[in-house]
Design a protein around this ligand. Structure first.
Ligand SMILES: Cc1cc2nc3c(=O)[nH]c(=O)nc-3n(C[C@H](O)[C@H](O)[C@H](O)COP(=O)(O)O)c2cc1C
Length: 178
């Protein structure tokens, strides 16, 4: 699957079979996270891999949109150093936090590329910190829940039209200059 195919066909998958995700595959997924871009190449992320069903279930109880989480074979919780080693200006612009999102998206696309299914799940930050003993210098970005999808077909989720989200030269200007 090439990159654009992966981007255009990827869907959130929230139901998984019992089949385990092989270690080698999981490692490749983590490698994709490791290769994400970050401001000044600070690589401020950390990935906590969780396979323990009880831990996943406990995290699920506090995630407002994650009732399905307990079916995941594995979840990868992404955190980012709150005081990432970037300069003051980048820090003020909170660029390091966005690199955690880049890492998560890289992993999500790799999951899809392998024929697995994943979903970004928003975790309750304070509860997650406590359950996973995350140090106070880390910020929880979210988690990628993954496994072998139960469904073969994934419904397309509607997207807004490009015309609703793109402007030219100034925000809101719709005059296309070809
Ligand atoms: C930052 C972020 C947070 C999300 N949090 C949740 C979540 O808590 N629970 C959930 O079911 N899906 C979550 N999603 C997945 C979105 O619901 C999903 O990407 C969106 O509906 C579009 O569907 P698609 O991924 O199938 O294209 C999240 C996605 C992003 C990018």
């Amino acid at each position: 699957m090439d990159t654009i195919d992966a981007i255009l066909t990827r869907r959130s998958v929230r139901d998984w079979s019992e089949k385990d995700v092989p270690y080698e595959m999981l490692n490749r997924i983590l490698e994709a996270g490791r290769h994400a871009p970050s401001p000044l190449n600070s690589q401020p992320w950390h990935f906590v891999v969780i396979k323990n069903h009880e831990t996943i279930k406990e995290l699920m109880t506090y995630a407002h949109h994650g009732t399905f989480l307990s079916h995941a074979k594995v979840i990868i919780v992404v955190t980012v150093e709150k005081k990432a080693r970037v300069d003051e200006w980048l820090f003020e612009h909170e660029q390091h936090l966005y690199s955690g999102a880049c890492a998560l998206q890289n992993m999500w696309l790799t999951v899809w590329n392998f024929g697995l299914g994943g979903c970004w799940v928003t975790l309750d930050e304070p509860k997650t910190e406590k359950i996973l003993e995350i140090p106070t210098d880390q910020k929880v970005i979210g988690c990628l829940a993954l496994g072998y999808s139960k469904a073969e077909h994934h419904e397309e989720v509607p997207r807004k039209q490009l015309s609703e989200m793109v402007s030219y030269e100034k925000y809101g200007s719709k005059e296309v200059k070809k």
